[in-house]
Design a protein around this ligand. Structure first.
Ligand SMILES: [Zn+2]
Length: 331
């Protein structure tokens, strides 16, 4: 079955009989796409802070590049809005601070639901190398508190991308009645550290949590992938109770992300399924609520960067995530 996405054909994948019912349900959301998922159980080693980290695909090691070079201050504030007009609900230029105390709608399908959004990295991390390089425990091992994240070749920082999409997603979810909490809103000197990012979701008793990132991999590596927690029970980490609901959340986010953005799953991670399971990310290992990460695309690939820096594409990305979360919360 070929995938007629706008840009490229993902590799075809043999469907696993175990996943048929759920996969069929999700595949129904993704005409022509096959979903299953590959397992990445790699431990240790800094990668994209607590994000994708593309080095497994032999691509550029994101954390190495950006951490030594602060995102160029000459980076365009927000090159993303290709139509110059801000779509409804879009956040102002990523640099501006957003009032954090927005109000959920009085009613809506998500009334009473709590969603925690974790915008990956922090635009000011590059000014706090010693703080973000401090090691924290993620149950299975120790890793950096946080990293700067990657950037487009033109220098637009991932940390600004993640905040922009987080603001759009918050607006969409609040409009449906959800109570939404951000782990950071560009209002912290650095971080928070990956362990605190998980704790914020746990303490909010979130019904769903999502960490937003964009990858920094080699040119030609394209597409999004959703990362779900594998089973971990070590030290402070115990994901056994969230593996199944997080897989459900992950599949619904992936399915709706493809449907709304028209963007294909990653062609370099997850074997064309758009789904990856990992046991080395602190933000997942330490979570006690259903949670996934999403790497929305590859900032270091020209074609993906053109999408990621487009305000209208970011709006669609937020809508895809929102519809995935809504379908998960409404079961
Ligand atoms: Zn990241």
């Amino acid at each position: 079955m070929s995938y007629t996405g706008p840009d490229f054909e993902p590799p075809q994948r043999r469907r696993s009989p175990l996943r048929r019912p759920l996969t069929v349900a999700v595949a129904a959301l993704v005409p022509g796409a096959l979903l299953g998922w590959g397992v990445y159980a790699a431990v240790g080693g800094p990668d994209d802070g607590d994000g994708g980290g593309a080095d497994r695909a032999g691509a550029v090691r994101t954390s190495a590049a950006p951490s030594s070079l602060p995102p160029s201050s000459s980076a365009p504030a927000s090159p993303g809005d290709d139509d110059g007009k801000k779509p409804a609900g879009s956040s102002p230029a990523p640099t501006s601070k957003q009032p954090s105390a927005s109000r959920p709608a009085a009613s809506g399908p998500l009334k009473g639901k709590v969603v925690v959004i974790d915008p990956g990295h922090n635009p000011a991390n590059f000014q706090h190398a010693s703080e973000i390089n401090r090691k924290v425990n993620v149950g299975t091992h120790w890793k950096e508190c946080d990293t700067t994240g990657t950037a487009t070749n033109a220098g637009w920082p991932e940390a600004k991308f993640t905040l922009d999409v987080a603001h759009r997603l918050r607006t969409l979810l609040e409009a449906q009645g959800a109570t939404v909490k951000l782990t950071q809103d560009g209002d912290r000197a650095f971080g928070p550290c990956v362990d605190e990012r998980a704790r914020i979701g746990n303490e909010a008793h979130a019904d769903a949590a999502i960490s937003i990132h964009a990858d920094g991999s080699g040119a030609g590596n394209r597409g999004f992938h959703v990362i779900m927690p594998g089973a971990v029970h070590k030290g402070a980490a115990d994901t056994r109770a969230i593996v199944a609901p997080s897989a459900e959340l992950g599949q619904r986010v992936a399915g709706n992300f493809v449907r709304v953005t028209g963007s294909a799953p990653s062609n370099y991670l997850g074997e064309g399924t758009g789904l990856v399971t990992r046991t080395d990310l602190g933000g997942l290992n330490l979570s006690t609520v259903p949670k996934v990460f999403i790497e929305c695309g590859n900032m270091r690939d020209g074609k993906d960067a053109a999408l990621l820096t487009s305000g209208s594409w970011r709006q669609k990305a937020a809508e895809g995530m929102s519809e995935g979360i809504v379908s998960f919360l409404r079961g």
